[in-house]
Design a protein around this ligand. Structure first.
Ligand SMILES: NC(=O)c1ccc[n+]([C@@H]2O[C@H](COP(=O)([O-])OP(=O)(O)OC[C@H]3O[C@@H](n4cnc5c(N)ncnc54)[C@H](O)[C@@H]3O)[C@@H](O)[C@H]2O)c1
Length: 293
């Protein structure tokens, strides 16, 4: 039996946290939105305001719905606002140690029946759940970036996740207008397990001189009908994240087919991480992205 979710907590006001708070508030939930960095929450609220504004101008929502949704979000830098939440979604930095510290501080504040979901892209749900006081109420809810636009949520059960927890999360995600897909707790789940090796292969294709950046992206857009070329997409995701996921696949599945391309490693070493640093496989300093190879 699924439980009805009322107030939702979102911890971590980065790229993903703002999108999760956005869709929860639009879905009619009161939201407590927290980050240790005050500036991050303020910047995230501006992003939410801007993104909802875009939805208004495209007539997806009304100005009144936007106003109501923004009012539902309360921000803070301490965990006390999570005390009356029915579900908390953790979207802090992709670092197991950081997440572990967060759970240590968060769990004593939560109601005993509060569900706890992590948005991790790659860390074992079972291992993260074991760091909490509620492995049965813990699961993976992997939203896609950008959250307000992407329909999918991967739901991942840890070994201890109770069926009711999973069912509640499934109904909650569906009520937000998302399409939940169930994935087992294996490295990188479904989407990244398939997508990242394809991106890594595109980098190998570049590295071996089979094609230029432009040729590779054009080929996949025109030949496979992908909306973005794989190198463009890598820059959008962040090359550091692409490398981290490949490392998780390589280590977790111990198969050489997941070996990160040395060129991807070099770009990350150079801090050419894609859009967020202004340079990756494209240079973003001008009006239009320019291929760098
Ligand atoms: N970026 C993506 O495309 C993407 C997609 C799906 C899932 N994810 C996952 O979502 C999670 C967040 O990723 P992101 O890209 O939003 O990261 P991000 O770096 O943009 O944001 C992380 C936020 O966590 C905050 N934080 C760190 N320690 C904290 C603490 N102790 N308490 C509260 N807040 C804390 C940081 O201040 C930062 O604002 C990660 O687990 C990541 O793997 C990311």
């Amino acid at each position: 039996m699924a439980k009805k979710i009322g107030k939702v907590g979102v911890i971590g006001a980065g790229q993903m946290g703002n999108g999760i708070a956005h869709v929860c508030a639009l879905g009619g939930h009161d939201v407590y939105f927290m980050d240790v960095e005050k500036d991050r929450v303020q910047a995230a609220m501006q992003t939410i305001d801007r993104n909802m504004g875009r939805q208004v101008s495209r007539e997806r929502i009304t100005e009144a719905e936007k106003k109501k949704a923004l009012k539902r979000i309360v921000t803070g830098t301490t965990p006390d606002g999570f005390a009356d939440c029915a579900l908390v979604v953790e979207a802090v930095t992709e670092d197991e140690q950081v997440k572990k510290e967060v759970y240590k501080e968060l769990c004593p504040v939560l109601a005993p029946d509060c569900l706890l979901a992590t948005n991790t892209s790659s860390i074992s749900i079972t291992r993260l759940g074991a760091q909490t006081d509620r492995p049965g109420l813990f699961l993976g809810m992997h939203f896609m970036n950008p959250v307000p636009v992407m329909e999918l949520v991967e739901l991942i059960r840890g070994i201890a996740t109770e069926p009711e927890t999973f069912e509640t999360a499934r109904e909650f995600a569906a009520a937000l207008g998302k399409i939940p897909v169930s994935a087992e707790d294996f490295p990188a789940f479904i989407v990244n397990r398939i997508l990242l090796p394809m991106i890594n292969e595109a980098v190998y294709t570049l590295y071996e001189g089979v094609g230029s950046v432009e040729a590779i992206d054009h080929a996949m857009k025109l030949g496979a009908h992908h909306p973005m070329g794989p190198l463009e997409l890598a820059d959008f995701i962040g090359l550091d994240i692409c490398l981290a996921v490949m490392n998780v696949l390589h280590e977790g599945l111990a198969d050489s087919k997941y070996r990160p391309c040395p060129l991807l490693v070099k770009y990350v070493e150079a801090d050419w991480l894609g859009r967020k640093t202004g340079r990756g496989f494209y240079d973003y300093s001008g009006d239009e992205p320019v291929p760098t190879r």
